[in-house]
Design a binder for this molecule. Structure first.
Ligand code: GTP
Ligand code: MG
Length: 196
Protein backbone atom coordinates (compact mmCIF):
# COMPACT_ATOMS: atom_id res chain seq x y z
CA UNK A 1 0.00 0.00 0.00
CA UNK A 2 1.25 3.49 -0.78
CA UNK A 3 0.31 5.68 2.14
CA UNK A 4 -0.79 9.16 1.18
CA UNK A 5 -2.02 10.81 4.30
CA UNK A 6 -0.77 9.41 7.59
CA UNK A 7 -1.67 11.45 10.66
CA UNK A 8 -0.81 11.28 14.31
CA UNK A 9 -4.11 11.05 16.15
CA UNK A 10 -3.60 10.75 19.90
CA UNK A 11 -1.29 9.69 22.70
CA UNK A 12 -3.45 7.78 25.13
CA UNK A 13 -2.77 6.78 28.70
CA UNK A 14 -6.23 5.47 29.45
CA UNK A 15 -8.94 3.66 27.47
CA UNK A 16 -11.25 6.66 27.50
CA UNK A 17 -8.72 8.45 25.28
CA UNK A 18 -8.62 5.74 22.61
CA UNK A 19 -10.08 6.77 19.24
CA UNK A 20 -13.76 6.11 18.76
CA UNK A 21 -13.87 5.99 14.95
CA UNK A 22 -13.95 2.17 14.97
CA UNK A 23 -11.12 1.73 12.44
CA UNK A 24 -9.11 -1.50 12.60
CA UNK A 25 -5.93 -1.37 14.63
CA UNK A 26 -2.53 -2.88 13.78
CA UNK A 27 -0.45 -2.96 16.93
CA UNK A 28 3.32 -2.71 17.41
CA UNK A 29 4.56 -4.46 20.52
CA UNK A 30 8.12 -5.12 21.62
CA UNK A 31 10.79 -4.16 24.04
CA UNK A 32 12.15 -0.68 24.28
CA UNK A 33 14.47 0.30 21.43
CA UNK A 34 13.58 -2.69 19.23
CA UNK A 35 12.43 -0.38 16.43
CA UNK A 36 8.63 -0.06 16.74
CA UNK A 37 8.42 3.64 15.89
CA UNK A 38 11.01 3.25 13.11
CA UNK A 39 8.94 0.39 11.70
CA UNK A 40 5.91 2.65 11.38
CA UNK A 41 7.93 5.41 9.71
CA UNK A 42 9.43 2.97 7.21
CA UNK A 43 6.14 1.40 6.25
CA UNK A 44 4.46 4.74 5.70
CA UNK A 45 7.56 6.19 4.08
CA UNK A 46 7.87 9.19 6.40
CA UNK A 47 11.00 10.23 8.22
CA UNK A 48 9.68 10.99 11.65
CA UNK A 49 5.92 10.88 12.03
CA UNK A 50 6.38 8.34 14.80
CA UNK A 51 8.94 9.60 17.30
CA UNK A 52 12.10 7.54 17.45
CA UNK A 53 15.23 7.85 19.50
CA UNK A 54 18.55 6.19 20.11
CA UNK A 55 17.62 6.53 23.76
CA UNK A 56 15.32 3.69 24.81
CA UNK A 57 12.02 4.42 26.47
CA UNK A 58 10.95 7.15 24.08
CA UNK A 59 7.39 6.02 23.65
CA UNK A 60 5.63 6.08 27.01
CA UNK A 61 2.03 6.36 25.91
CA UNK A 62 -0.07 4.47 23.40
CA UNK A 63 0.21 6.41 20.16
CA UNK A 64 -2.41 6.07 17.45
CA UNK A 65 -1.53 6.92 13.82
CA UNK A 66 -4.36 7.20 11.32
CA UNK A 67 -3.23 5.61 8.05
CA UNK A 68 -5.26 7.11 5.21
CA UNK A 69 -8.39 6.60 7.32
CA UNK A 70 -8.09 2.88 6.54
CA UNK A 71 -6.63 1.71 9.83
CA UNK A 72 -4.50 2.78 12.80
CA UNK A 73 -0.96 1.82 13.53
CA UNK A 74 -0.83 1.64 17.33
CA UNK A 75 2.63 2.25 18.75
CA UNK A 76 2.80 0.69 22.22
CA UNK A 77 5.35 1.79 24.79
CA UNK A 78 8.36 -0.50 24.91
CA UNK A 79 8.74 -2.88 27.82
CA UNK A 80 11.88 -3.89 29.66
CA UNK A 81 13.62 -0.54 29.77
CA UNK A 82 15.95 -1.01 32.71
CA UNK A 83 16.50 2.67 33.40
CA UNK A 84 12.83 3.26 33.98
CA UNK A 85 11.86 3.15 37.63
CA UNK A 86 10.04 0.04 38.74
CA UNK A 87 6.88 2.06 39.25
CA UNK A 88 7.11 3.53 35.75
CA UNK A 89 7.70 0.07 34.25
CA UNK A 90 4.65 -1.23 36.06
CA UNK A 91 2.60 1.68 34.78
CA UNK A 92 3.71 0.97 31.20
CA UNK A 93 2.96 -2.73 31.66
CA UNK A 94 -0.52 -1.84 32.85
CA UNK A 95 -1.19 0.38 29.79
CA UNK A 96 -0.12 -2.42 27.49
CA UNK A 97 -2.22 -5.08 29.19
CA UNK A 98 -5.25 -2.85 29.49
CA UNK A 99 -5.06 -2.13 25.78
CA UNK A 100 -4.26 -5.62 24.46
CA UNK A 101 -6.76 -7.47 26.56
CA UNK A 102 -9.79 -5.24 26.21
CA UNK A 103 -9.55 -3.49 22.90
CA UNK A 104 -12.04 -4.84 20.40
CA UNK A 105 -10.61 -3.04 17.35
CA UNK A 106 -7.34 -4.98 17.16
CA UNK A 107 -6.94 -6.75 13.80
CA UNK A 108 -3.31 -7.78 14.02
CA UNK A 109 -0.47 -7.64 16.53
CA UNK A 110 3.10 -7.31 15.33
CA UNK A 111 5.56 -8.49 17.96
CA UNK A 112 8.98 -7.02 17.23
CA UNK A 113 12.13 -8.78 18.37
CA UNK A 114 15.72 -7.75 17.63
CA UNK A 115 17.18 -10.27 15.17
CA UNK A 116 20.61 -10.05 16.84
CA UNK A 117 19.63 -11.06 20.33
CA UNK A 118 18.21 -14.08 22.01
CA UNK A 119 14.66 -13.13 23.05
CA UNK A 120 14.56 -11.75 26.58
CA UNK A 121 12.39 -13.16 29.33
CA UNK A 122 10.01 -10.28 28.69
CA UNK A 123 9.89 -11.10 24.96
CA UNK A 124 8.91 -14.65 25.74
CA UNK A 125 6.29 -13.50 28.25
CA UNK A 126 4.92 -11.09 25.66
CA UNK A 127 4.79 -13.83 23.04
CA UNK A 128 2.87 -16.07 25.44
CA UNK A 129 0.58 -13.22 26.42
CA UNK A 130 -0.20 -12.36 22.79
CA UNK A 131 -0.84 -16.02 21.97
CA UNK A 132 -3.33 -16.14 24.83
CA UNK A 133 -5.31 -13.17 23.54
CA UNK A 134 -6.28 -15.38 20.59
CA UNK A 135 -5.79 -12.41 18.24
CA UNK A 136 -3.96 -12.72 14.90
CA UNK A 137 -0.27 -11.90 15.22
CA UNK A 138 3.09 -12.17 13.47
CA UNK A 139 6.62 -11.81 14.75
CA UNK A 140 8.97 -9.34 13.10
CA UNK A 141 12.73 -9.78 13.47
CA UNK A 142 14.00 -6.18 13.36
CA UNK A 143 17.37 -4.65 12.47
CA UNK A 144 18.04 -7.36 9.88
CA UNK A 145 20.63 -5.04 8.33
CA UNK A 146 22.84 -5.74 11.34
CA UNK A 147 23.51 -9.32 10.28
CA UNK A 148 24.77 -10.80 7.00
CA UNK A 149 22.05 -11.31 4.39
CA UNK A 150 23.08 -14.96 4.13
CA UNK A 151 22.36 -15.45 7.85
CA UNK A 152 18.88 -13.95 7.90
CA UNK A 153 16.89 -17.12 7.20
CA UNK A 154 18.76 -19.31 9.67
CA UNK A 155 18.58 -16.62 12.37
CA UNK A 156 14.84 -16.32 11.91
CA UNK A 157 14.52 -20.08 12.34
CA UNK A 158 16.63 -19.95 15.46
CA UNK A 159 14.44 -17.19 16.87
CA UNK A 160 11.45 -19.45 16.30
CA UNK A 161 13.16 -22.12 18.36
CA UNK A 162 14.14 -19.76 21.17
CA UNK A 163 10.57 -18.56 21.46
CA UNK A 164 9.29 -22.10 21.49
CA UNK A 165 7.06 -21.55 18.45
CA UNK A 166 5.56 -24.92 17.70
CA UNK A 167 2.80 -23.90 15.37
CA UNK A 168 3.87 -23.63 11.71
CA UNK A 169 1.18 -21.02 11.19
CA UNK A 170 3.11 -18.49 13.30
CA UNK A 171 4.94 -16.31 10.81
CA UNK A 172 8.29 -14.69 11.55
CA UNK A 173 9.40 -12.08 9.03
CA UNK A 174 12.70 -10.18 8.93
CA UNK A 175 12.66 -6.40 8.70
CA UNK A 176 15.04 -3.49 8.38
CA UNK A 177 14.07 0.14 8.79
CA UNK A 178 17.60 1.05 7.79
CA UNK A 179 17.58 -0.69 4.41
CA UNK A 180 13.86 -0.38 3.77
CA UNK A 181 13.75 -3.95 2.55
CA UNK A 182 11.14 -6.58 3.44
CA UNK A 183 8.40 -3.92 3.74
CA UNK A 184 6.50 -5.47 0.86
CA UNK A 185 6.10 -8.80 2.67
CA UNK A 186 4.75 -7.06 5.73
CA UNK A 187 2.38 -4.89 3.74
CA UNK A 188 1.02 -8.06 2.11
CA UNK A 189 0.19 -9.49 5.52
CA UNK A 190 -1.48 -6.24 6.61
CA UNK A 191 -3.48 -5.90 3.40
CA UNK A 192 -4.62 -9.50 3.58
CA UNK A 193 -5.66 -9.09 7.21
CA UNK A 194 -7.61 -5.92 6.53
CA UNK A 195 -8.92 -7.06 3.20
CA UNK A 196 -7.78 -3.89 1.45
P1 GTP B 1 10.77 2.79 22.40
O1 GTP B 1 9.94 3.93 21.94
O2 GTP B 1 11.80 3.13 23.40
O3 GTP B 1 9.94 1.63 22.85
O4 GTP B 1 11.67 2.29 21.14
P2 GTP B 1 11.19 1.82 19.69
O5 GTP B 1 10.91 0.35 19.71
O6 GTP B 1 10.10 2.69 19.16
O7 GTP B 1 12.54 2.02 18.83
P3 GTP B 1 12.89 3.20 17.79
O8 GTP B 1 12.10 3.03 16.52
O9 GTP B 1 12.85 4.50 18.48
O10 GTP B 1 14.40 2.79 17.42
C1 GTP B 1 15.40 2.71 18.41
C2 GTP B 1 16.76 2.83 17.76
O11 GTP B 1 17.02 1.74 16.87
C3 GTP B 1 16.95 4.10 16.90
O12 GTP B 1 18.27 4.56 17.07
C4 GTP B 1 16.73 3.60 15.49
O13 GTP B 1 17.41 4.37 14.52
C5 GTP B 1 17.33 2.20 15.56
N1 GTP B 1 16.69 1.31 14.58
C6 GTP B 1 15.38 1.06 14.43
N2 GTP B 1 15.16 0.19 13.44
C7 GTP B 1 16.36 -0.14 12.93
C8 GTP B 1 16.81 -1.01 11.87
O14 GTP B 1 16.04 -1.68 11.18
N3 GTP B 1 18.15 -1.10 11.67
C9 GTP B 1 19.06 -0.40 12.42
N4 GTP B 1 20.34 -0.57 12.14
N5 GTP B 1 18.67 0.43 13.41
C10 GTP B 1 17.35 0.56 13.66
MG1 MG C 1 9.01 4.17 20.09
Amino acid sequence: MIVKNPKFEISAVSPKQYPTSGLAEIVLAGKSNVGKSSFINTLINRKSLARTSSEPGKTRQINFYDIDSKFYFVDLPGYGYSKMSKMEQEKVGKFIEEYLFNRKNISLILLLIDIRHKPSENDILMYEYIKNTGLPFIIIATKADKIAVTKVDSTVLQLKEYLGVTNDDVQILPFSAERKIYSEDIWSVIEKTLNI
